[in-house]
Design a binder for this molecule. Structure first.
Ligand code: ADP
Length: 623
């Protein structure tokens, strides 16, 4: 009980252990998959973003370069130089304004204007608009200051009059070495910005202070990527670069720096997906261009790979479990078969032992039967002998008669012979002596018959002549027939008939049957017995038919039983037929009893026919 309990417990622990390992495996596989697939998708996203960023920068550069040389070209125009020398010429101011308007239109710029050395705008393409630049001073703008130093001035700022963002190119207008003023062209990048905001990535351009001034996301504009200290903010606000706009800070959290130019950041809301941030510098302009690509794609790719690997892992686990289960079942079945085989072998052994026992018992029984049989045979032989003796007893009166008669005759023949010899009648005496000789011969024959009958036999079956045996039997019962006045009818075939039998025993059977017939006809008015023989279906048959009353139906089935008799004690023992039946059976013959159609009992004896050679006749036997 305890052992079973502990077995169950250890089994449960083992099962828990396996499940724990499976789960641990799942966690490891998922973790590894997440790591790899994130790495791969990040790489691919980075490449894609890099490509987009390059395109963006190239596009922006292209946009700006288109205008870069135009102010320089304009500065060479004598119209501008002359007008700077002679600003009060009303005629030429109109012409100049128109000229600048045309150029501006053709170049598709936002504004084109001319400033004098003090920073006052003296001619402008928007001379006819509501708020023309003419008469306004932009001396504080760095692009003007740069131009006045003889260089190409570039600057991005919010237009102080127009309040629109633009990129300014300024170039000095010279007369010989003297810088008279500057020609300025403002380019708006609204269209450029709009065209890029259609993409899912966000693009941002920051100034050297890190403030965003171009952004595909409008809400990020004028915000710095890093928090700026108040001095810097004040400086920017004083420069009026971004007009009256307040400089804020973009809510950006740096989460991972993959390289100098690449990092992972979260913008605004930590619950939203992070962004991959790439940076590329535009050194001529002093700008930094940033691209922000959402990691949502990466996340969904990672999620997809996780799902696939989870499914594959589960399938693998099931496969392994299935294989293990199958193997276990196979082993169990093999064990079961082995056990069944063992049990079967055990049973076979037991059954064999049983059978051996039974066999030994059977052999013992057979041995016992054999012994019983032997005893029985012995008893039967003794019975046969007893029956013979009984028959002899019964026959003794007849024998007495048979022997006394010749004895009396011998005595008288002897007396006669003596008297004749005394008288000298030798020849007559000799006749009498001859008669004596014949009579003793006859007596010797009778005694030899009785000897044969009473003799114990070997039970050997040989070929014997049937008529000879019948004759011998008749000789034995002859006196009985004579005494009872019974007629005997013999219907025997003319030719010899040999059967397989023990001669003495067959004689005994015939004597029994004839004796019974004599008894049966004793009290009948007509007393006869018919003895017949012949061959049918390869067998020899002998019938004994009498003129008695036959056998009643109820007795017919019992007459062969030992000691069944209808006779008085001194006449019958009830052994004759049972012994005869047994003798015939031993000779492989049959003995049956029935009633003849015309009345009287009919006993039929059937025996095997014998081959003709090696034949022994009763006489030879006797001799
Ligand atoms: P037993 O002659 O000593 O009685 P058997 O075995 O020879 O013993 O015969 C058994 C019985 O069979 C006889 O008692 C008799 O009733 C019957 N039986 C035998 N032979 C004849 C016969 N020829 N006719 C009528 N009955 C017979």
């Amino acid at each position: 009980m305890d052992k079973e309990h502990s077995y169950n417990l250890s089994g449960r622990y083992r099962r828990h252990g396996i499940w724990f390992l499976v789960l641990l495996g799942l966690v490891l596989v998922l973790w590894q998959t997440a790591h790899w697939s994130r790495q791969l998708s990040l790489q691919s996203l980075q490449q894609q973003s890099q490509h987009q960023l390059r395109l963006f920068v190239a596009n922006l550069q292209g946009q700006l370069e288109k205008y870069e040389f135009l102010p320089e070209l304009l500065a060479t125009n004598s119209l501008l130089v002359n007008f700077l020398h002679n600003p009060d010429d009303v005629q030429s101011i109109n012409a100049l304004n128109r000229y600048l308007e045309t150029i501006n239109k053709v170049a598709n710029a936002s504004d084109t204007y001319l400033m004098n050395a003090e920073g006052w705008t003296i001619a402008a393409s928007n001379w006819l608009s509501e708020r023309p630049f003419i008469g306004r001073n932009f001396a504080y703008r760095p692009y003007f200051q740069e131009a006045m130093k003889g260089k190409l001035g570039r600057y991005f700022a919010l237009g102080s009059t127009s309040n629109r963002r633009g990129y300014y190119f300024a170039y000095p207008v010279r007369d010989q070495e003297q810088i008279l003023g500057a020609v300025v062209m403002k380019v708006e990048l609204l269209d450029f910005e709009a065209s890029w905001s259609a993409l899912k990535e966000e693009f941002v351009v920051t100034d050297p202070d890190g403030v965003i001034f171009i952004s595909t996301n409008e809400s990020w504009r004028y915000k710095s990527l890093q928090p700026l200290d108040s001095q810097v903010i004040r400086r920017i606000e004083n420069s009026r670069r971004y007009g009256k706009s307040r400089i804020g800070t973009l809510d950006i959290t740096r989460k991972d720096q993959l390289s100098d130019q690449v990092g992972v950041v979260n913008i605004g809301d930590p619950r939203k997906s992070d962004h991959l941030m790439l940076v590329q510098a535009m050194p001529e302009a002093g700008w930094q261009v940033h691209i922000f690509s959402s990691l949502g794609v990466v996340n969904s790719k990672v999620l997809g790979s996780l799902l696939v690997s989870a499914v594959l892992y589960t399938a693998l686990v099931f496969l392994v479990f299935y294989a293990v289960q199958r193997r276990r079942r196979f082993i169990e079945r093999a064990r079961f078969e082995q056990r069944a085989k063992r049990i079967l072998e055990q049973r076979v052994r037991e059954r064999t032992a049983d059978l051996t026992d039974a066999n030994i018992r059977l052999l013992r029984e057979i041995e016992e039967h054999r012994r019983t049989d032997e005893t029985l045979r012995q008893t039967q032989d003794e019975l046969i002998q007893a029956a013979k003796m009984a028959a002899l007893g019964q026959m003794s009166s007849g024998i007495n008669h048979e022997l006394n008669q010749p004895l009396a005759a011998i005595r008288s023949y002897a007396d006669n012979a003596r008297a004749l010899l005394e008288r000298g009648r030798n020849s007559d005496a000799s006749w009498n002596l001859q008669q004596i000789g014949e009579l003793t011969e006859r007596m010797a024959r009778i005694s030899s018959q009785l000897k044969v009958f009473s003799r114990k036999t070997s039970g050997q079956v040989t070929s014997v002549s049937l008529p000879a045996v019948i004759d011998n039997a008749l000789k034995i019962v002859g006196p009985q027939l004579k005494d009872t006045g019974t007629e005997l009818h013999r219907l025997l075939p003319a030719e010899e008939l040999y059967v397989m039998a023990d001669m003495v025993q067959l004689e005994q059977v015939l004597v029994n049957l004839i004796s019974n017939a004599i008894h049966a006809v004793e009290k009948q008015p007509k007393r006869w017995i018919q003895i017949a023989a012949g061959v049918e279906n390869g067998k020899a048959w002998i019938t004994i038919h009498d003129s008695g009353q036959g056998i009643s139906k109820e007795n017919l089935g019992r007459i062969f039983d030992p000691f069944f008799t209808t006779k008085s004690e001194d006449r019958g023992l009830g052994l004759g037929l049972s012994i005869s039946y047994r003798i015939v059976e031993m000779m492989r013959g049959t003995l049956t009893a029935s009633n003849h159609r015309q009345g009287g009992a009919l006993f039929t004896l059937k025996l095997d026919l014998a081959a003709q050679d090696g034949v022994s006749t009763p006489n030879q036997q006797l001799a």
